[in-house]
Write a protein of this length. Sequence first.
Length: 275
Amino acid sequence: MAVLHEQIEELWTSRENLSPKDSEAKETVETVIEMLDTGQLRVAQVDPDSNQVTVNEWVKKAILLLFKVRGLETSKAGPLEFLDKIPLKGNFEGSSVRVVPGGMARWGSYLAPGVVLMPSYVNIGARVEENTMIDTWATVGSCAQIGKNVHISGGVGIGGVLEPPQARPVVVEDDVMIASRCMITEGARVGTGAVVGAGVILNPSIPVVDCESGQEISRGEIPPWCVAVGASRQREYPGGMFYLPCVLIIRRLNEGERHDKSQLNSILREHSVAI
């Protein structure tokens, strides 16, 4: 691994001169991408000691280098034709992954056993852990890290990020429920066991507010084991009074409570919001 790391860093310094003709560089880069594809490597992880997201920059550099060392190639899936530098992922049966027609994942993304892809899309560098469902028309962007037992509902956009290499990807931790039409982007983070209500927009500029205290507790990060919904805060400008979006924490959950549907429905009815 240390040798691969060093080789990628060396290639990165001369990336402007690389092309698909550089067979040795292509072999090195594709080795890293194959390790991403099979789950041996990952772009980022949560450090258990600091609880901060750590980015493996050299792995992201390898993904960017892939676009330098591969040319466009035509591929077909039934009547569909594609022209791209990166092939689609395969061997779903061998990986114990269920893919409904219309579901696609790019080579270099990792799908763990038990993952279900409805008609949806998972981009290169993304990682989706065991028993997670990516529902209809949802998108998991490049390098996003999705945990175990997560439900990404219909139409959700999980943003991707490749450049700059040090940029933090979106992280959705284990046991999370993200409701329809949410947009989680630009390195936002959703903590373990959280429930995110329909239509929530979360990025590092969006304040996350506790409804009990009215205090802003973070920007772009929803804490573990809570129910979060979209809301707005009033702000005065020279041109008048306007409302800016925020995310409101309406309930703290006990560990495991996200999976108690009757309890969750009761919370949502109480606040007149939907999941």
